[in-house]
Design a protein around this ligand. Structure first.
Ligand code: ZN
Length: 294
């Protein structure tokens, strides 16, 4: 994997799980998050001082950075209307692209943004107990939801999906277009891990189902939290000795193996649109290509 891939390094923000019940709310910095977007200033994640914090519908404890507690704040609907003129709410995908270019605190901000969006989305989508149906309440700094009736704890979910960069005997890379993607969008084959299978088995199965290919040399590369709404993408490389494609054309409408020169030309003239910079998909493509693509 091309550097810098900071997701292969330890967490930058200390999650300080022991402080989830006791953190210093009055002095905490806040990431403002709502409906999958985070508050930014000139593209950078804004850490809001306590006196400027909007009225909160939900608070989640994120940890300690540079000696300060940091929380995620979901503003109330009315407070969410009052975004100061020099700030704006930025969708997490756009924020991942921005932080991909590094810069001061880029990796830390990507970590805070992804965690804030993942947890806020989980709370938004899971207001009730999945067993008895009663409303649940946030506990442990927002890392648990508690059902009073049956004294049950509910935890945030992360659903694994595998993504596989496949090369043929000529070291060409497979690019595929899924039926539900926007036009000209091409990427690797990918799919959710199903119950009862390993990550590797999911990769073998998805590639076989979607493209009729038998892969070998399956090798783990890296992973990336992808909270849209609750995934983690697990990246692999693999090879095929027989590149004959048999597409599941309900799911994959187009696929082909491309050389590096073809990839450069297709990306440069806009014939294809690749996954955004900062995504594991884009990083695996550029890792194979040997450098950045347009
Ligand atoms: Zn319950």
């Amino acid at each position: 994997m091309r550097s810098p891939w900071t997701l292969a390094e330890p967490l930058i923000v200390d999650r300080a799980a022991e402080r989830r019940d006791t953190f210093d709310l009055d002095h905490a910095l806040a990431v403002v998050v709502r409906h999958g977007a985070v508050l930014t200033r000139d593209g950078r994640l804004e850490l809001v001082e306590p006196e400027r914090r909007p009225e909160a519908e939900l608070i989640v404890y994120l940890g300690v950075t540079e000696g300060r507690d940091v929380i995620a704040v979901v503003p109330t609907a009315s407070a969410a209307q009052d975004v100061p003129a020099d700030l704006r709410m930025t969708g997490l995908r756009e924020h991942i692209v921005f932080t991909a270019h590094g810069g001061e605190h880029g990796a830390r901000d990507r970590e805070l943004g992804a965690t804030a969006v993942a947890l806020a989305t989980w709370h938004e989508n899971h207001p009730r107990c999945s067993v008895c149906g009663d409303p649940t309440q946030p506990r442990k700094g927002g890392w648990i939801r508690w059902c009073e009736r049956d004294e049950r704890e509910h935890y945030p979910r992360t659903d694994p999906a595998v993504i596989v960069a496949i090369t043929d005997p000529d070291d060409r890379l497979l690019l595929a277009h899924a039926s539900y993607w926007s036009p000209r969008r091409f990427s690797h084959l990918a799919g959710y891990v199903e119950p009862g299978e390993s990550l590797e088995q999911a990769a073998y199965r998805e590639v076989s189902e979607e493209a009729g290919l038998t892969i070998t040399d399956l090798t783990y590369v890296a992973s990336q939290p992808w909270p849209f709404p609750a995934s983690i993408m697990v990246g692999f490389t693999a090879r095929v000795s027989d590149p004959t494609l048999r597409l599941d054309d309900e799911e994959i409408t187009e696929a082909r193996f491309v050389t590096r020169a073809e990839m450069s030309a297709l990306a440069a003239d806009g014939s294809i649109v690749l996954a955004p910079p900062g995504s594991i998909a884009r990083t695996m493509i550029e890792s194979w290509h040997g450098g950045p693509l347009a």
